[in-house]
Design a protein around this ligand. Structure first.
Ligand code: URA
Length: 421
């Protein structure tokens, strides 16, 4: 097999054979297919697409480019993945909640890039907490605590790490076959028996429309089925941030509120709905996550999960050096608070990074003093911008210029749009 023949076949709209796919992904990982050849193939796939069979094989080849995590765990394993949003801290209350309900949650997570936050960046605002664990540490923590949120181990789907960096610089990220195989290769290699996907749609999401989100959800669920992983996807709204905190430490604080029985309604609702789906896949449908949350057991599990990774769950979280308040422009109902704009503003305040090697500010972020549908009065605090670099405020305010609308009507978009099985 020669790379040029594989590229030409896809360029001309042909279906790639299993043999071609397995060869090209393996050879690319080893370095015998050149970057420029994979760049051309990625663009051909972007333009021509792949069918369900090709996507399943491509995903398998990405998994086989590295090693699978083999977890010796007694409890049923189940994981959740979000396609990324603004204020999406759901993993933080969800993983300990589902563990407290009796399942094991091995959640290998990423860092934020661009306007969407990363779970590891948030957790690193807890003094002492560390993201890097060995396979032995992951297994031990799953058996002793039931939940692990940590960085992906080195050998997991190395083809994806290489290919994602290439897609980033060749404008081939936004391809459903490439996104879906990228997500699922990492999740399947992680070895969990069940997987619930939170596919976001709206301005703050990768998939701006419900139609695109539905197609991604279908593709992800089909890949799971082809690889023997029970997979369910929910389509959920990301037109406005989740909860009332966007950033790093502020999101941890909000997650802790939820675990202690409080917190914003939307965060609680999505946490419970995702927990129910995860428990159903784990064969624990009879356990009611709302009751377990109310009992305090999920909070206890959170404390043990954080301590097991060196963190102090009781420690004070970092505070920002500078706070800037944005006031409501007039009386009325908050009719729009745009997720993308708030995500970009938080990123500019220092909560996110522009390049992979940049550090994030743990105290940076935004607090929302009102959510869409709530009554506001002129001059009341609407947004609280947190940063250690006051010079960043002007850029954040620029990003927020058209983000807020105060009017007469509340938006009616539901939080959970549909379920794809
Ligand atoms: N997240 C991933 O892991 N991969 C993609 O391609 C896009 C989002």
């Amino acid at each position: 097999i020669a790379a040029v023949d594989v590229i030409r076949a896809k360029r001309d709209g042909e279906r790639l054979t299993d043999e071609q796919i397995n060869w090209v992904v393996g050879a690319y990982t080893r370095g015998t297919v050149a970057e420029e050849q994979m760049a051309a193939l990625a663009m051909a796939i972007f333009l021509r697409g792949m069918d369900a069979g090709e996507i399943a094989t491509w995903t398998g080849a990405m998994i086989d480019s590295g090693s699978r995590l083999s977890l010796a765990v007694d409890r049923p394993t189940v994981d959740k993945h979000s396609t990324g949003g603004v204020g999406d801290k759901i993993t933080l209350p969800l993983a300990p909640l589902v563990a407290a309900c009796g399942a094991a949650v091995p959640q290998l997570s990423g860092r934020g890039l661009g306007h969407t936050g990363g779970t590891l960046d948030k957790l690193e605002s807890i003094p002492g907490w560390r993201a890097a664990l060995s396979t032995e540490e992951i297994t031990r923590q799953l058996n002793e605590v039931g939940a692990v949120v940590c960085a992906a181990t080195e050998g997991l789907a190395p083809a994806d790490r290489k290919l994602y960096a290439l897609r980033d610089v060749t404008s081939t990220v936004e391809s459903i076959p490439l996104i879906a195989s990228s997500i699922m290769s990492k999740k399947i290699a992680e070895g969990s028996a069940g997987l619930v996907l939170d596919v976001k749609t709206g301005s703050g999401a990768f998939m701006k429309t419900p139609e695109q989100a539905r197609e991604l959800a279908r593709t992800l669920v089909d890949i799971g089925a082809a690889h023997g992983v029970a997979t369910t996807a929910l389509l959920t709204d990301m037109s406005t941030p989740l909860g009332r905190a966007v950033g790093n430490a502020v999101e941890v604080a909000e997650a802790v509120e939820v675990l202690r029985g409080g917190g914003p309604e939307d965060v609680v609702e999505l946490t419970i709905v995702l927990a129910r789906e995860m428990l159903a896949l784990a064969g624990l449908a009879e356990v009611d996550p709302a009751r377990v949350l109310a009992s305090g057991k999920a909070y206890e599990t959170w404390c043990r999960m954080i301590s097991a990774q060196g963190g102090d769950p009781e420690a004070a979280l970092p505070r920002p050096a500078h706070v800037h308040v944005v006031e409501a422009p007039r009386d009325g109902l908050l009719s729009r608070l745009d997720a993308y704009a708030v995500g970009v503003a938080a990123w500019r305040l220092g909560a996110g990074r522009a390049r992979r090697e940049d550090a994030v500010q743990h105290a940076a972020g935004i607090l929302l003093h009102a959510k869409p549908g709530e009554q506001v009065s002129a001059g009341q605090p609407l947004l609280e911008l947190h940063t250690d670099t006051p010079g960043a405020v002007a850029g954040a305010l620029d990003a927020l210029a058209d983000a807020v609308e105060v009017g007469d009507r509340a938006p009616t978009r539901p939080l959970i749009l549909e379920t794809v099985r």
